[in-house]
Design a protein around this ligand. Sequence first.
Ligand code: SDX
Length: 435
Amino acid sequence: MAEDGNKGEAAKLSGAGYEVDLPVIHGSIGPDVLDIRKLYGATGRFTYDPGFTSTASCESKITYIDGDVGILLYRGYSIEQLAETADYLETCYLLLYGELPNAKQKEDFERTITYHTMVHEQLNYFFRGFRRDAHPMAVVCGVMGALAAFYHDSLDIENPEHRKISAHRMIAKIPTIAAMAYKYSVGQPFIYPRNDLDYVSNFLHMMFSVPGEDFAQSEIYTKAMARIFILHADHEQNASTSTVRLAGSSGANPFACIAAGIASLWGPAHGGANEAVLTMLYEIGSVDRIPEFLERAKDKNDSFRLMGFGHRVYKNYDPRAAALKDSAHQVLEALGAQDEPLLKLAMELERIALEDEYFVERKLFPNVDFYSGIILRAMGFPTSMFTVLFALARTVGWIAHWSEMVEDPTQKIGRPRQLYTGPVQRDYTPVAKRG
Ligand code: SDX
């Protein structure tokens, strides 16, 4: 663990009646941390950091972000290299096990995942309980949590074999569940997974094929889909990953933890932003209305924000947004839709925002959600499925962090404290005596 041999010069904290040394711990790269675990015992005081803007919640070896430079590494490999040359399942293997698989490991992993893509036939009846017009994120969140009702044989999180089978089941089944949520919403029959297709082609098959005819796979789509999945696979301690870690710290079963992650991702400030970007672009409608919306984004009395812009960590261009901007051009050009008005509008919006003092001063750049929706819409996905695709891709990242947390010998249940500013103790008054 970090404490082993990575300690630096302690920081001293002194105040009214206390002085305490806070050990400094170095990571392999990135900011050092001040170890404050003994702070309350030594000073009777908590730290205060709502939103965790300056707080490292854990030690991790999975993903590294340098937000100032715009670097994203999965187990040390740059997102640019992985998005360009890796496939999604080997990226999953890398995130889960820390190394890229050799040929045998890759083949075994692909076979394991392929042969777990089917869901229990009884699960089909879960969907019948939802309205057809339910948001697919509500359905996917509910069904993921319900998997705990099916897989009683792999819920002992202390058992490495149980953790492994649960991880493989969720990575294998999330595309099937996502496609079922879509099919249910459009009133089409569920399409069973096929074992002769790779992970991404199988997903597109379950999404877009119909019983009456064969589905013609498109290399443009499978390549773009794989790239989108890789770019969304993990991102350090973001809100949904932190939700999964906190849920898992109580010993909750992995299906419940991932369902919690899906619920957190759905928020428009997080993964729900990709759907919100498309809604925003439709609302802006034309380039001449951009100034009006930029003024609204700056107006503190207006709740409108420029969706797909800004990031807690990136104070430079999100490397994923750059990769997705390229993909958007490639997909639209391949479809002969390079003049797609939404893409033109998004690019002009980006250009004007990046020259605007408000955005420049606050280092607000496009993030992963700004261009993804334009590609997904061109591929035929309804806007309501955008965040489901984000959840599909991020499932492996959530599981990698959940596993790392469960396997950490120093792990404790997460239990933050607070700054209390509510009423001090007072006595109960009978209703007859209240004002
Ligand atoms: C994801 O954490 C992750 O890694 C997440 C993610 C992942 O892969 O898991 O990268 C995925 O969630 C990407 C972010 C998607 N969300 C959006 O695109 C929604 C729009 N963005 C904002 O809501 C906002 O930028 C956040 C939520 C992303 C970040 O918010 P912060 O870090 O809490 O920043 P802040 O709200 O304190 O903003 C700082 C300033 C404020 O102005 P001042 O009070 O200093 O005057 O910037 C302003 C904000 O008002 N600001 C924006 C803005 N984002 C920040 N103003 C207008 N439009 C925006 N989009």
